[in-house]
Design a protein around this ligand. Structure first.
Ligand SMILES: NC(=O)c1ccc[n+]([C@@H]2O[C@H](COP(=O)([O-])OP(=O)(O)OC[C@H]3O[C@@H](n4cnc5c(N)ncnc54)[C@H](OP(=O)(O)O)[C@@H]3O)[C@@H](O)[C@H]2O)c1
Length: 267
């Protein structure tokens, strides 16, 4: 299999690394396409055997799969300026937030489009990707794509494309919400007099341990909270402040707003 990555940025390169790590493709069958040459040295350092080109210089694309990993805002430009003709049997996999299959098909004038929404832990093979496909894509073509996606973590096929905007808001953007909360906790630790590096250690190990408890306990989230929050205790005091300030509602509204933004990106 030959793969071209259009937009060799964070995600494009994370995907590339995973494909090579699991030997799903040979390095020489990977073609990385950037906007400008300044990125070449860094990319070639990591992918010395792969082909690297700039967008404006690609006149022919020898690939079975083209992964579109530019920002959604750059896609219009890409679709109006690509110099290569897409061949009938080439598959397109978009990981762009928001842009719908129908729009991609129309702008590229190509029917075989799969749309996926990964997230940043892809970098460690610990991502989660929701994906859906255009009609007319065979089961075996889809399985080939799923195999690639699974090298970056787990993947879930969704019949309903609308849900991909929800996935974008939930797991695509999700790591940032987590970092935001971790950061607030670390800052609280510092404010209470704990050194920054120690505050980081306390918070990060707490998150890791709590994550494993979620995964390994028969208790639901409410019960797990109750286990920590004894009556009249310290946790209860914190939870009371969260409740009074509608913290849960605020978080939920933020996520719904991310979904709204994903829908706007389709234009
Ligand atoms: N980051 C995430 O956690 C995440 C999660 C899920 C989905 N996504 C989706 O993944 C896509 C990429 O995100 P990212 O975080 O990887 O962004 P990024 O690091 O900015 O990568 C995008 C890359 O595309 C390049 N590019 C722009 N126009 C191009 C062109 N005409 N030809 C070739 N390359 C071009 C950019 O080049 P320059 O360096 O010159 O700007 C950049 O390297 C987005 O559509 C995003 O919605 C991201």
């Amino acid at each position: 299999m030959k793969i071209a990555i259009l937009g060799a940025g964070n995600m494009g390169l994370s995907f590339s690394k995973s494909f090579l790590k699991y030997e799903l493709i040979k390095p020489e069958n990977l073609h990385l396409i950037t906007r400008n040459e300044s990125k070449f040295p860094k990319i070639l350092e990591e992918f010395p055997k792969s082909k690297v080109s700039t967008f404006n210089n690609v006149t022919e694309l020898d690939a079975d799969l083209i992964i579109i990993a530019v920002k959604p805002q750059d896609f219009q430009y890409v679709s109006e300026n690509f110099q290569f003709a897409l061949k009938e049997n080439q598959m397109v996999l978009s990981i762009m937030a928001g842009i719908k299959i129908e729009k991609i098909q129309k702008l590229l004038n190509h029917p075989l489009v799969v749309r996926a929404m990964p997230n940043s832990p892809t970098l460690l093979g610990m991502g989660i990707t929701g994906y859906t496909s255009a009609k007319g894509i065979s089961f075996s073509q889809l399985i080939n794509i799923e195999r690639l996606l699974n090298s970056t973590g787990r993947s879930v096929y969704l019949e309903n494309e609308e849900l991909l905007d929800a996935v974008t808001a939930l797991s695509g953007s999700g790591p940032a919400y987590f970092y935001y909360i971790v950061d607030a906790m670390i800052k609280a630790g510092i404010e209470m007099g704990i050194e920054e590096n120690l505050s980081k250690l306390f918070v990060q190990q707490t998150m890791l341990g709590a994550y494993h408890l979620i995964n390994n306990s028969d208790k639901n989230l409410e019960e797990l909270i109750q286990d920590v929050a004894s009556k009249g205790g310290t946790t209860e005091a914190a939870l009371k402040t969260f409740k009074e300030n509608n913290f849960k509602e605020i978080l939920k509204n933020g996520i719904l707003n991310a979904e709204k933004r994903a829908k706007e990106l389709n234009g």
